[in-house]
Design a protein around this ligand. Structure first.
Ligand code: 3H9
Length: 693
């Protein structure tokens, strides 16, 4: 029997051997766990008294997968497959007892057990695709043998976690046992298996589900076509599909071989490295060196939001959706009614798509109270203003809020550029003032940029980050500067995109390069979507930029049916001859001769100045670490996760190459352009952002 501090141990209760994995936090399949499972299963098989074996985990979850920290390092024996073979080939029935999440390698271990039981709250999934991988321990071969190739394809390409009840309905789980009684339930099930003399069922041997799909390539092609937009740019979904195809068309062992080949190809690629990096970056971003995890937070039981427009409405939905009451203040009844109606429509649309029930729509709406009276915010714990982006207005609002909202409550601004210190200076509680910058649509986008002012207290920071997590956001902490992390970097791209128009590129030339890089759209398509008239004033306009001229012609973007592009009634964009003419006039006015700008130049001039700006952001201490910047871009700006974010991407290009390109283009990068000393130094020393501590 194993020692009490072992990560895997065997205990014997009557005729049942219980193999328990205890390797916090998530029982990942580290070398020690693999070895422990192998040894303890073998011991249980050899144990005379044991007739059936239960494999269960301590702590918050069943095995949540392979140990990702071991990836990319030399493999250590025993392999996962050896441990799995010990289970699958055991001469006594092995039953997986699942709680929490059986994910990736964890589910693949469970699939080697002869039976699976789970508590109703448990979830199963093969989320490897989210790490740019595929299930590499037989998951792609065994799963379709239970759930069929269609469902298997859906699961492996989405990485979704499937609830135990649904797993039970699909046959992935044999029996549900009472919540909180997993061990006794699993042991009772094991006794039943023995009493009924049930066979040692091996998933690998049941072929009927896959045989039914053999010779039907259209099944896979239709799926590829239907998902093409979602999979654009990613390698892993296609590799996952090929493995399911192998499960259908090849004998089990050959399919397994194919799976292993494709797994190692993905593992060696840049995409998986990027996605694994993002996995850890998303967990790192919450850690703030001078705000320890134990920093006290204030409870947020009631939220106030100023403004029922697109931003205010979206922000309010976040809180209502998790059961926190929100008071929304507007300046006139019509705007308030419009705002609340939009929120209702958004919730109803989610319900129509099956995301929530109609009952939940009403529950969420019931959390929202609209009012025209600012005094109604007095007892809120957190007030977020989402009014017009103008310093004078923000200051007026904050001065008023300071007089109304109870002491000890947080006053937050949703500003996307403005100085939080200046806003805080009009209050008597600057330590309670913070930026909470949501991204549009605020109920959908995952990013929340939390902006700390000079005087913002640690409690305020910890509370803003904490509430961000509660409403399902990924919160990244930034310091004060114009545009913080995200928009400050975006400005660098926007300057170059516009400069290239004056040298002869058309908006769609620039957009195409950025789209092909993997972003959802390029800078000009994005401007059209947001509205070209943001910050434009018809009284002061001076026809000095292409954008101004477009606005003057009432081409204000998608909403007016024309902007940089022409739009049809389905909002499909077409390059516009009108814009082309305006651009050509600007080129001539600037005294330039239009030249052909290569795709590579467009890419480098759009992205490298952003990387340069990011390096300055790091130097100035605006961002805590490079990976936080990547989190901002992946979650707030549609940077393709398979490229890891701008800093990770810079590492893959090589910082010396980035610096060389910036120097080569320096003359065109504008009079204000300077290279970040940090970037230059790191490039000279051959360093990478991801190694920065
Ligand atoms: C795989 O299995 C490949 C196989 O097919 C083939 C092999 C041959 N490894 O997320 P949390 C850490 S690929 C190492 O905050 P939660 C995490 O970094 C794997 N570490 O908790 C964090 O550390 P820290 C397929 C891991 O309760 C701590 O655990 N599996 C791993 O919000 C807590 O994590 C997956 O992709 C891991 N596998 O969520 C599942 N997982 O405290 C990945 C977590 O130092 N994991 N850590 O920051 C998850 O989705 C979530 O962690 C889980 C818990 C849902 C389990």
């Amino acid at each position: 029997m194993s020692s009490s501090d072992a990560v895997v141990k065997l205990t014997v209760d009557g005729e049942i051997g219980v193999v328990t994995v205890n390797s916090p936090p998530v029982n990942a399949l580290s070398q020690a766990v693999r070895q422990g499972i192998l040894e303890n299963i073998n011991q249980a098989v050899a144990h005379e008294q044991v007739k059936a074996i239960v494999l269960i985990c301590d702590g918050r979850t069943f095995i949540a997968g392979a140990d990702i920290t071991e990836f990319g390092k030399p493999p250590k024996a025993p392999s996962l497959q050896e441990a799995q073979n010990a289970i699958e080939n055991a001469s006594k029935p092995v039953i997986a007892a699942i709680h929490g999440t059986a994910l990736g390698g964890g589910l693949e271990v469970a699939l080697c057990c002869h039976y699976r039981v789970a508590v109703p709250s448990a979830k199963c999934g093969l989320p490897e695709v989210k790490l740019g991988l595929l299930p590499g321990a037989g998951g792609t071969q065994r799963l379709p043998r239970i759930v069929g190739p269609q469902k298997a394809m859906e699961m492996v390409t989405s990485g979704q976690h499937v609830g135990a009840k649904q797993c039970h309905a699909m046959g992935l789980v044999d029996e549900l046992v009472a919540e909180g009684e997993l061990l006794s339930g699993a042991m009772a099930f094991a006794r039943k298996v023995l009493a009924e003399n049930r066979p040692l069922r091996k998933v690998r041997d049941s072929d009927d589900k896959v045989v039914a799909a053999r010779g039907k390539p259209e099944l896979f092609d239709d799926f590829r076509k239907a998902q093409a937009r979602k999979f654009r740019g990613f390698d892993a979904p296609e590799f996952n599909i090929r493995c399911i195809e192998a499960a259908v068309n090849l004998p089990f062992d050959e399919g397994l071989k194919r799976e292993r080949e494709l797994f190692s190809q993905l593992m060696q690629g840049t995409q998986s490295a990027a996605q694994r990096y993002v996995f850890f970056a998303e967990r790192q971003v919450w850690k703030i060196p001078d705000v320890p995890e134990a920093t006290p937070q204030i409870p947020i039981t009631k939220v106030g939001v100023l403004g029922a427009g697109t931003m205010g409405g979206g922000i309010s939905m976040n809180f209502a959706s998790v059961g926190i009451p929100v008071t929304i203040v507007e300046t006139n009844q019509a705007a308030l009614d419009r705002g609340l109606a939009t929120i209702r429509r958004n919730y109803e649309n989610t319900a129509k798509r099956g995301g929530i029930t109609t009952e939940q729509v009403e529950q969420r709406m019931a959390q929202l109270t609209g009012t025209l009276d600012l005094n109604a915010l007095a007892d809120c714990d957190l007030v977020i203003e989402a009014v017009f982006e103008d310093m004078a207005i923000k200051k007026e609002v904050f001065a008023k809020l300071d007089g109304i909202v109870k002491q000890g409550a947080i006053l937050a601004s949703n500003t996307s550029y403005l100085d939080i210190n200046e806003i805080a200076s009009v209050t008597k509680r600057p330590e309670w003032v913070i930026g909470m910058h949501f991204f549009s649509p605020a109920n959908v986008m995952r990013l929340l940029e939390v902006v700390r002012g000079e005087k913002t207290s640690k409690t305020t920071i910890a509370t803003a980050m904490g509430i961000g997590k509660k409403i399902g956001k990924i919160a990244a902490l930034a310091g004060v500067c114009h545009g913080f992390i995200g928009n400050r970097m975006l400005r660098a791209r926007s300057l170059q995109a516009n400069a290239m128009l004056l040298e002869g590129a058309m908006p769609w030339d620039v957009d195409r390069v950025i789209y092909d890089f993997g972003m959802p759209m390029g800078p000009f398509a994005m401007s059209d979507l947001a509205g070209l008239d943001i910050g434009w004033n018809k009284d002061t306009t001076s026809s000095s930029t292409v954008r101004e001229v477009l606005c003057e012609m009432d081409r204000r973007g998608q909403k007016t049916g024309a902007g940089f592009y022409d739009y049809d009634d389905k909002r499909v964009a077409q390059p516009s001859p009108v814009t082309e003419k305006i651009v050509r006039e600007f080129v001539a006015k600037a005294g330039n001769v239009a030249r052909e700008i290569s795709q590579q130049e467009i890419l480098e001039r759009c992205l490298y100045p952003m990387i340069n700006e990011a390096a300055k952001i790091l130097e100035e201490g605006i961002a805590i670490r490079p990976s936080d910047i990547d989190i901002v871009y992946v979650n707030g700006y549609g940077w393709p996760v398979y490229r890891g974010g701008p800093m990770f991407y810079a590492d893959t290009v090589g910082l010396a190459n980035v610096v060389a390109s910036l120097k080569a283009h320096a003359a065109r990068l504008g009079p204000d352009f300077t290279i970040s000393p940090l970037l230059e130094r790191m490039a000279a020393e051959g360093k990478r952002f991801q190694d920065m501590k």
